[in-house]
Design a protein around this ligand. Structure first.
Ligand SMILES: NC(=O)c1ccc[n+]([C@@H]2O[C@H](COP(=O)([O-])OP(=O)(O)OC[C@H]3O[C@@H](n4cnc5c(N)ncnc54)[C@H](O)[C@@H]3O)[C@@H](O)[C@H]2O)c1
Length: 339
């Protein structure tokens, strides 16, 4: 269609224009979007360290001491999990900078503070869980590693590829573990797809399509500092899809948009509501990831097309309205979802 016709259509439509962005395909964009977890050499070193720390922990009788920093939605999930494994772990500190923050069910013995240094000074704290909003992850992780604590951080580790590498290098120098909480890797349906792929019954993966629609719509306070749709939502899918396929991204093209509804422009706080990412992998396989924030229920499906059939991650709540991300992925937090 010639440009002129496009302009006529735009003029005859009284609605505001759709916000549309095309991300560049530069190597740096790819690094930030696709490399939210450690580079592979660092991951091998971290795995070795994980085994050593686990062995060390098994040899002592004390439970592992935890501090949780950031007691919002994610922090409360981590607290819930730790309370259920109380034989192996003890929550020592709950840290949140908000004076309005409170918790009805504070676990026995845990202290509450707005100052992270209280928790970091405590020798009974072995590990810090970082569940602050994303822009504060890096500074909290740095403080915790420098204080000699292991760190379990919410996704994305941070929004800058160079900073991700720097944090893993600091963890290695400090001899401490740094783990990014990509909880989808622990979802039973995704683990089943991994086992099916590794069995090779359906042969080599040739491509994939993934649909993910978030629910409920986030609060403006979260959205504004979320890192936007790619680093907040798509990052989960980039992580687990490349993990399932055991393949590396060689090319990425991404577009994003926000609806033409004036309410959407206000609601979205300047962020994108929809995105599409097209990946080409080292093996030649091609993947399309379609994400959105507007939905009446959490929706997540993945089809991996292989030489001899499809490996699927279905939506177990198909047709049910009002399912939240925390319901869909409850079983990925082992103590809340599994018996
Ligand atoms: N894995 C998942 O599926 C999942 C789900 C939700 C959130 N997250 C991640 O968890 C993180 C937090 O998200 P949320 O939804 O819990 O946010 P939230 O807004 O519900 O809670 C954040 C809390 O951190 C506190 N806080 C802010 N700055 C702080 C600081 N410097 N020190 C201590 N506390 C501070 C706030 O007062 C608030 O209570 C984000 O990085 C997000 O990407 C992951």
């Amino acid at each position: 269609m010639p440009d002129g016709e496009l302009q006529n259509i735009a003029r005859s439509d009284s609605k505001p224009p759709v916000r549309l962005g095309l991300l560049s395909t530069s190597a740096e964009d790819l690094a930030v979007l696709g490399e939210a977890c450690a580079p592979s050499t660092d991951k091998d070193k971290q795995e070795q360290m994980r085994l050593e720390v686990a062995a060390d922990h098994c040899a002592r009788s004390e439970p592992l001491g935890f501090a949780i920093v950031g007691m919002g939605r994610a922090g409360k999930i981590h607290l819930d999990v730790l309370q259920r494994v109380s034989a192996d772990s003890a929550v020592r500190w709950l840290v949140d900078t908000s004076p309005e923050w409170s918790i009805a069910n504070c676990p026995g013995g845990a202290k509450v503070t707005t100052d992270i240094t209280d928790a970091l000074r405590d020798a009974c704290v072995d590990c810090v869980i970082v569940s602050t909003p994303t822009p504060w992850h890096a500074s909290v992780i740095r403080l915790a590693l420098e204080a000699g604590k292991h760190v379990f951080a919410e996704k994305p580790l941070c929004c800058d590829a160079a900073e991700v590498r720097e944090l893993f290098a600091l963890a290695e120098r400090s001899g401490r573990l740094l783990h990014t909480a990509y909880n989808r890797r622990s979802d039973p349906l995704i683990e089943a797809a991994l086992a099916e792929l590794r069995s090779n019954v359906k042969g080599k993966p040739l491509g994939a399509t993934l649909v993910s629609r978030d629910f409920p719509y986030p609060l403006p306070s979260y959205l504004k500092v979320s890192g936007n749709i790619f680093k907040d939502c798509v990052v989960h899918d980039l992580d687990y899809l490349t993990w399932l396929l055991d393949d590396a991204v060689v090319a990425l093209r991404a577009t994003a948009s926000t609806g033409d509804d004036p309410e959407a422009l206000v609601r979205a706080c300047g962020m994108w509501e929809y995105s599409e990412v097209h990946l080409t992998l080292q093996s030649g396989a091609t993947c399309t990831l379609v994400n959105g924030r507007v939905s009446t229920s959490y929706e997540h499906r993945l089809d991996i097309y292989c030489e001899h059939g499809v490996v699927r991650v279905p939506n177990p709540h198909e047709g049910t309205e009002g399912v939240a991300f925390s319901d869909r992925f409850a079983a990925s937090h082992p103590c809340t979802g599994r018996s």
